[in-house]
Design a protein. Structure first.
Length: 115
């Protein structure tokens, strides 16, 4: 996996075992899911909503080997409860998560297109 790759192809290959159609289907489902979740992710969510959205994206990301995105979401899961500066911390992390989402979905498209 190069630094530019957002998805660990070797990890994904363990599940698809050379089946390009299955890989493409998994990447399409992943992209659609994280796009929807990314749209609902907001610093104004309740703690439960914030944690659930972060957790869902984390699971989807780790399923395809998008480790950076998964790790950011794991960090986001912890931003609940009475934390000084929670809103600002969420806002900063959300910028990073959205950037990773965009880059990871672009990488998924690149893999599906065989580029």
């Amino acid at each position: 996996m190069s630094a530019a790759d957002k998805i660990d192809v070797d990890h994904l290959e363990k599940y698809v075992v050379g089946d390009d159609a299955l890989r493409d289907e998994i990447l399409t489902i992943f992209s659609e899911q994280v796009d929807l979740l990314g749209e609902q992710f907001s610093i104004n969510q309740t703690d439960e909503g914030w944690r659930n959205t972060a957790h869902a994206i984390k699971g989807a990301a780790r399923g395809v080997g998008a480790w950076v995105l998964g790790n950011l979401c794991e960090e986001a899961e912890m931003l609940i409860g009475q934390i000084p500066g929670k809103g600002e911390k969420r806002a900063g992390l959300l910028v990073s998560i959205r950037q990773q989402l965009d880059e990871t979905v672009a990488d998924a498209k690149r893999l599906r297109d065989g580029v």
